[in-house]
Design a protein around this ligand. Structure first.
Ligand code: XMP
Length: 515
């Protein structure tokens, strides 16, 4: 999909995991950003007509033989440049400064001593460091504006050239003023206009889709999650009734999720929707299956079939050229980028569709991070229950029942999950918790007592976690009073459950889902 994006702030990736995070922080400063590899030449970079460059950190030493570096001509293009950590050192070196092994490594929280300049305010800041080498001499024309015990030159700037850099990591939350520093560089030093706002993004994406689809027809599968919902809403705004949404209810959804899609989402968007109730087909495929991979496979395969049946119904003899998908920018970066129009071939091994159906993909969110998708969704007036929804796995509650999946167990888990969500929301915890899987240990039973009766019921596990990207996570410190309320309500209201337990494992070593 060809998109009319604004001039990007290019984040040059020097390896390690920092570039994407920096790109997100640039977006938080309301500027459009893209990640590019450090192997990009000055010509490649110029062709993208960037508003500024941010050089990321990386794992290497500028001295090592295969140290990644940037085409030195890049610094001659007159583009504002901000260097971070390794990017700061490689910038210093390219511009004629000195980088040396000082023997003073710094890792973790470090005190930064500030000496004026445009980037920092005050006299000291706490910053997050992770370096062995250090810049010992700034390039000619650059002013040193901060230092630490281990880094004599911890920040420098040349306002005339609109270039600056810092040795620490402003992109991580452990540098509490980091976002301000990055924003100051972009808006004050580089002089960029912060125009990347939800309203502008939404407008632009709608225009782009209108251009791509022309007077064609499109289909979009809804999952109940935020990505497909926002993608569909954008496309609906662009092409109206020429979009048909299909929603496969696989019976593994949470309580009221189907109504949220069928009623609230449709009311908010006016989208044309076909719902397929496929829960019995899925339950039949899941009968007797308890091994997690086998379960995933059964659900995945059945989903393809059900989706194709739904698509065939939605097409209803019409020619439909486009398939809408909620692909996000992190997926694009991780799969190596690419701006071309992707194609997807429908699976031939299942019935329902003509053999040669080939869809062009419409991916209106392929430039966005998750928080931007939410902001655009709110801008488009989507229900908060959908826009604010926590991540939920495709195989749904199927992988949150440990043991065989049956209708009774699903109903039980739906009730327990609903209570947990209701109480967490009531306690105002939604913003602090990344997600909270509620898990039924269907294969475990233990003795309990309720009233005068012995019970032999199942435990429910609460798995609230905090996270930034689901790659790593920590268990969320939910207040005891909230846990108490959830536990009391679940054991009282959900028949068959006589214990509620809390998972206090980080990821790694645990995963977020149990399966
Ligand atoms: P784990 O359990 O691997 O989960 O720590 C990481 C994140 O991925 C979600 N998840 C899935 N999402 N389809 C999805 O769309 C899946 O099959 C799936 N499995 C796990 C999980 O909820 C968490 O956010």
């Amino acid at each position: 999909m060809i998109q009319q994006t604004p001039q990007p702030v290019l984040v040059v990736d020097f390896g390690a995991q920092y570039a994407q995070l920096i790109a997100r922080r640039v977006r938080e400063a309301n500027l459009y950003s893209e990640v590019i590899p450090h192997t990009a030449t000055a010509e490649d970079i110029q062709a993208k007509n960037p508003a500024a460059l941010v050089l990321s950190g990386g794992p290497s030493s500028v001295y090592s033989e295969d140290a990644p570096s940037l085409d030195p001509e890049v610094f001659e293009l007159g583009i504002p440049v901000f260097g971070i950590c390794y990017g700061f050192q490689t910038m210093a070196q390219a511009l004629g400064g000195t980088v040396a092994e000082t023997g003073k490594r710094e890792y973790g929280r470090t005190q930064l001593m500030i000496d004026g300049g445009a980037l920092h305010e005050g006299e000291t800041n706490m910053v997050w460091m992770s370096h062995g080498d250090a810049v010992t001499e700034a390039p000619a024309g650059f002013t040193v504006t901060a230092s630490t015990n281990g880094a004599p030159v911890a920040a420098f700037e040349n306002l005339e050239k609109k270039m600056a850099g810092v040795q620490y990591h402003p992109e991580v939350k452990h540098s509490p003023h980091g976002q301000e520093v990055l924003t100051r560089f972009l808006t004050e030093v580089a002089g960029l206009e912060p125009t990347w706002t939800a309203e502008n993004i939404a407008e632009q994406l709608i225009d782009d889709v209108r251009e791509q689809v022309g007077d064609g027809h499109a289909i979009c599968g809804l999952s109940g999650g935020v990505d497909s919902a926002v993608a569909a809403a954008i496309v609906q705004r662009a092409i109206g009734d020429r979009l048909t949404c299909v929603f496969v209810d696989h019976g593994l959804l949470r309580k009221y999720e189907r109504q949220q899609v069928e009623t609230d989402f449709v009311a908010a968007t006016d989208v044309r929707l076909i719902t397929m109730d496929e829960s019995e087909a899925f339950l039949a495929k899941l009968a007797g299956v308890s091994e997690p991979e086998a379960k995933r496979k059964a659900i995945g395969n059945e989903f393809i079939r059900a989706f194709e049946r739904a698509v065939a119904q939605a097409m209803d003899g019409k020619e439909v050229e486009f398939l809408v998908q909620g692909t996000l920018y992190p997926d694009v970066v991780e799969s190596g980028g690419g701006n071309g129009t992707s194609m997807i071939k429908s699976h031939h091994n299942v019935g329902g569709l003509p053999d040669d159906v080939e869809f062009k993909l419409v991916e209106p969110l392929r430039l966005l991070f998750k928080d931007e998708v939410r902001a655009v969704g709110r801008e488009l007036g989507l229900p908060e229950a959908i826009v604010g929804r926590q991540p939920f796995p495709g195989p749904g509650l199927g992988i949150r029942i440990i043991g065989e999946v049956t209708k009774e167990r699903l109903d039980l888990l739906r009730d327990a999950d609903f209570i947990a969500r209701e109480e967490m929301t009531a306690a105002g915890l939604d913003d602090q918790v990344w997600q909270c899987p509620v898990v039924l240990l269907a294969d475990v039973r233990s003795v309990g007592v309720q009233g005068d009766f012995r019970t032999y019921g199942h435990p429910i596990v609460l798995r609230p976690v905090t996270s930034e990207d689901a790659m790593t996570a920590d268990w969320a410190r939910i207040p005891y009073e909230v846990l108490e309320k959830i536990s009391t309500r679940i054991t009282n209201e959900v028949e068959g459950v006589n214990r509620v337990v809390l998972d206090v494992t980080s990821k790694p070593p645990g995963t977020i889902e149990w399966e």
